[in-house]
Design a protein. Structure first.
Length: 114
């Protein structure tokens, strides 16, 4: 799925990102791949050791990047992410319903076409 990008263009968020999510059930290492689609929005996938899922409603507004994804492991959850981009780094949080927020940090490991 894709979302529209805001000021600054979708290309600012494109690439592969190595994320660390510190959750109530432990650390989760995830690779988030984001790419601009034909309509100029963003779409992508998130890969963990257990599964690969689509990133939905990806939206970039200035330095603020948001997206959602549904996972089944380690448990079935719908996650909503909100992070701030700072060059090739990001930081923020994810939330799954009423569960406490989980810290998210990340580093871009590759740019499009690299």
């Amino acid at each position: 799925m894709s979302g529209m990008s805001g000021a600054g263009g979708a290309s600012r968020a494109e690439g592969s990102w190595q994320l660390v999510i510190r959750t109530p059930v432990g650390r989760q290492d995830v690779v988030l791949d984001l790419a601009q689609d034909e309509a100029g929005g963003l779409g992508g996938t998130a890969r963990s050791k257990d599964e690969t899922v689509s990133s939905e409603r990806v939206h970039l507004d200035g330095d603020r990047l948001t997206w959602s994804q549904s996972i089944t492991r380690p448990m079935r959850l719908r996650l909503d992410f909100e992070v701030v981009l700072d060059g090739d780094r990001l930081h923020g949080h994810s939330r799954a319903g009423r569960l406490p927020r989980s810290s998210v940090t990340g580093q871009r490991t590759s740019h499009p076409g690299a």
